[in-house]
Every structure is written in C-alpha cells, then in structure tokens.
Ligand binder design. Structure first.
Ligand SMILES: Nc1ncnc2c1ncn2[C@@H]1O[C@H](COP(=O)(O)OP(=O)(O)OP(=O)(O)O)[C@@H](O)[C@H]1O
Ligand SMILES: [Mg+2]
Length: 493
C-alpha cells in the first residue's frame, strides 16, 4: 500500500498481513502513517494505484475492495462519531423523532439495547443525549461498543486506532478482555497504541513504521519495552527522573474550599517550581479540577488565588492575564484552531514578545521562534505553515502543548499532557515540563498515567468520590501505591 498526499509520501509500499486469531500492533512515531493505513482500510482515503486490500475468510473465500469492507470494524483515532446524534443513533439502533426544541425520542427497546451494549464495558449513562455532550471516556466506549456489534462472521477484522487514550486502567482491561475474546473466536485484530505496556499485554506481533515504511516486524515474545522504544524512535531513550531541589518556595496558587459538579470542598497550595500530580480514576474528580481552576467550568464557594490575587470563577481571560495556562485533555476540541497553521496556533496566545514598535508583528522573530519550537517537539512534517488539521493526532497534541509552554506561565495546568504522543516526543515533553519547573513555574499535572505521575511529580494528590483521599510525597511515590489509593483497595495505616 502506498499513499501520497501533496508533497508527502505518507505510506511507501507497506505490506501488512493479519491472521485469524492474531493481534497485530502497528507502531511508529507521530506521523509515521498508522492512521493513514487505517483510513485506507476504512475507505476514508483512496490508496495510490497498485495497492490491494483483501480479506479471506475461513473457507478461503476472497473479498476485495468495498465488499471486504463489511468484514472490517473500526475504532478510529478521532472515534468517528457524529457528535450531534445520540448514543442510540451512533450505535445504529434507531433514528430519533425530533421536533424543534424537543429532546430526541427513542423507543424503550432501542434504549434498552443501547444500554446493554455499553453495559458490557461496565458503564451506564444516558443514551439519549447527543454524544458530543458525553465525557471523552464515554464517547470512546460508544465507539468501541459500535465496533464490537454487528459482525457478519466471527472471523471479521477489528481495527483499533489508539482506543485507550481516554480510558483508565479498569476500562482498558474491559476493552482488552473483549478484544481477546473476539480474537479467540477467530477475528484478526489490528491495534495501534503509544502505550507500550498495552502493546506487550495484548499483541502477538508488532509491525513498526517509520516515515511511512515498515522498518521492523517481530513477535512480541522476542521483545521487551526498551527494545520496542528503540525500534520506534531509532534510538534508546533514557527515563527521565526528578532531581532533588532546594527548600520550599513561596505559594503561587492557593485554592480554598472550592466545589464543582464532582469535586467537593477542595483546597490546595501550589508553590513555584513544584509539580503536583492529580491522580484518580475516571469520575473521581480528577478530570474536573483543571477546568474548575482555570474557570472554563463553573465552580461555587471557596477561593482561588494567584499570588494573593483572587481569581473570579468563569473568567478564563482573567486567569490567562494573571499568568495561568491550561492545556486541556481534549485538545482537538478546545485546545487549538484546526484551520490555522502551526505557526499561527503557536503564537496565538502571546504576540507581545513578537511586537515591534507601533505594534507591528515581527515576522522574522515569529518564524525563528516557531522554527525552534518545531525542533524541540519534533514536528513532522516540519512545515509550520501547514494547517493544523493536516497533521497527525500526536503532532497536533505537541503543538498545543508548545503553545502554552511558550508563554512561560506562572501556573501551568496540564491535563493528560502526553496522551497520544510517541515515545520520542514524550521524552521531549517531559524535558520541557522539567525546564518549566526549574524556571519556577508552578505545575499541576492531572494524569491517568500513573507512570507519568511517578516520574515527574514532587507529590501527588489522589481523588476519589470528589475528595482527596491521599497525598503521596515524592519519596513514597510508586505506581503500585497510586493505583491502590485510586481504587482505595485497602484501608490505609
Ligand atoms: N489529509 C492530509 N493531507 C496532507 N497530509 C496528511 C493528511 N493526513 C495525514 N497527513 C500526513 O500524513 C502523515 C501520516 O499521518 P498519520 O495520521 O497516518 O500518522 P500517525 O502514524 O497516525 O500519527 P499519530 O501517532 O500522531 O496518530 C503525517 O505526516 C500527516 O501530516
Ligand atoms: Mg494516528
């Protein structure tokens, strides 16, 4: 398979074979061509001429082209859901009768069936609201439920493009169980993920892409974590770890007794040059904290202060002006302007440093700065003038993060900062976060990735049921400890 975009060969003569009962992981750096491969299989993109996709079932019958497509099931990187439609509709279970201003109407049978399909993944939510209003994890579950339903035969093919980015440990396990089940029943599975632990847990074989070419193909049993890193990045990448630091600095952010939809009576202090992690399972309050502090979600009661000045709720502009920056988890939706170029997205939040006398933008300074950020995050392709929407998912993430790090904020709120980025970029992003810490930025790091919390944080606060159930200092930080506290498996000493 080959695929040429204007000025770029995204896939260059790639061959891939997936057998019945097998899980094949397709790996590679951001922009290496993984999603392009998936989109060709799905018929979203047309491959260059000469490319062939064939599906052969148990009896050896061959289906090619559009016929083969009904045997393929997808969970796309962007999930591919229609945001304005309900869960029932996205699952293909019925169309809502809708009048102006009325809520969609679904029959009781449709609702029950939709509830059943999502209940397999251990969740229960309103299936009659537009999926655009659901949380990222619930949206992912709708996409997963859809891909798992409506199989023509057990030996169909399932393709998952980073299905776990919005999911927490427990939900990931449920998904993996379901994937193992369909593989055991004869399905062939193609799995894409940047979380290498997941790859080792699920895949039988890995196929590694680099710049659109297959550079390695190996059985998982012959590989360990570090070897996979080297295959993807083309070099070994050392683990980053926090160096000790001097005495306590002054508090920059003080939060007293705030409340949100999930969070109850929360207080904390964040000091200059400190990284405080926020852990907790989905729905624990973890995802609500950053938007609540930034003001993009309504909070009531209590007080949020930066450098002694009170921040009013619901005023994100005031938050930015007092030196707060927020990198949201859902960057495609709220972190960036997809139609604008990388350069424009980068310089959007702060033009000040780039203004010359009389307020004219210094084009040369802007280009030079964009260029250096592009190198720091390893943007691929290195073309800052291209619209953001034409970059791969992980490259978009890197641009949004760079945009806020560039501002040198006093308080930096990070939500899932390395979700969906490759191992090389992850190391670069960790270095950027550590550099910001050395410069005295106060950092709040909300993450479902316990490994990330352990590597980067001076201390971690763990949410459960909207409240902090434990505070773990650097010296006692282990993944095991965090997972135990998040689930509160054991009563603590
Ligand atoms: N519609 C498009 N027009 C132009 N270039 C595109 C288009 N879609 C993708 N590309 C380019 O093709 C290359 C491969 O992108 P792709 O989305 O397949 O990467 P990926 O391996 O899925 O990366 P990630 O891990 O970040 O999701 C990238 O360089 C991307 O910028
Ligand atoms: Mg992709």
């Amino acid at each position: 398979m080959s695929k040429t975009f204007p000025g770029l060969k995204a896939l260059d003569d790639v061959s891939l074979e997936v057998h019945s009962g097998e899980v094949v992981a397709v790996l590679g750096h951001n922009g290496s061509g993984k999603s392009t491969l998936v989109k060709i299989l799905a018929g979203v993109y047309q491959a260059d001429s000469g490319s062939v996709v064939e599906v052969r079932n148990a009896e050896g019958q061959l289906a090619a082209g559009p016929d083969a497509r009904s045997d393929l099931h997808f969970i796309h990187q962007d999930l591919g859901l229609a945001d304005i439609l309900t869960t029932v509709e996205n699952l293909g279970l019925g169309t809502a009768a809708r009048g102006r201003g009325f809520a969609p109407i679904h029959s009781r049978a449709e609702r029950r069936r939709a509830q059943e399909l999502i209940a397999r993944f251990g969740v229960n939510f309103d299936v009659t609201v537009p999926v655009g209003r659901l949380s990222p994890a619930h949206r992912a579950i709708v996409a997963i439920a859809r891909a798992m339903d409506g199989w023509t035969r057990p030996d169909n093919v399932l393709v998952l493009d980073e299905p776990t980015t919005a999911l927490h440990g427990d939900e990931v396990q449920v998904l993996f169980e379901a994937v193992r089940r369909v593989a055991a029943a004869g399905a062939g599975v193609v799995f894409i993920s940047h979380r290498l632990d997941e790859v080792l847990a699920l895949a039988d074989r890995v196929v590694v892409l680099r710049d659109g070419r297959v550079v390695a193909e190996e059985s998982t049993s012959n590989l360990d974590h570090d070897q996979i890193v080297t295959l993807i990045a083309g070099r070994a990448i050392a683990d980053i770890s926090l160096e000790a630091r001097g005495g306590p600095a002054e508090p920059v952010l003080t939060v007293s007794n705030i409340n949100g939809a999930e969070i109850i009576d929360f207080s904390m202090t964040l000091r200059a040059g400190e990284i405080v992690g926020i852990g907790g399972i989905l729905g624990s309050g973890r995802e609500e904290l950053a938007p609540l502090l930034f003001g993009s979600k309504y909070r009531f009661g209590g007080l949020v202060e930066i450098g002694g000045e009170e921040l009013i709720s619901d005023d994100t502009r005031a938050a930015i002006e007092s030196g707060m920056a927020y990198v949201p988890a859902d960057r495609r939706k709220s972190g960036a302007v997809m139609e604008l170029s990388v350069r424009e997205n980068l310089t959007l939040p702060m033009m000040r440093g780039l203004r010359r006398a009389f307020g004219r933008l210094d084009g040369r300074a802007e280009r030079a700065e964009t260029h250096s950020w592009m190198q720091i995050v390893g943007l691929r392709p290195p073309n800052p003038e291209q619209a953001l929407k034409l970059f791969s998912g992980g490259n978009q993430q890197k641009v949004v993060l760079a945009k806020w790090l560039r501002v040198r904020p006093r308080v930096l709120l990070l939500d899932e900062p390395t979700q969906g980025v490759d191992v090389g970029a992850k190391a670069a992003i960790y270095e950027l976060i550590m550099a910001a810490r050395s410069d005295g930025t106060a950092i709040l790091l909300c993450s479902s990735d316990t490994k990330e919390l352990v590597s980067l944080c001076d201390r971690v606060l763990v949410f459960k049921g909207g409240r902090i159930v434990s505070e773990v200092q650097r010296g006692e930080l282990t993944e095991e400890r965090l997972v135990r506290d998040e689930l509160a498996l054991e009563t603590r000493k």
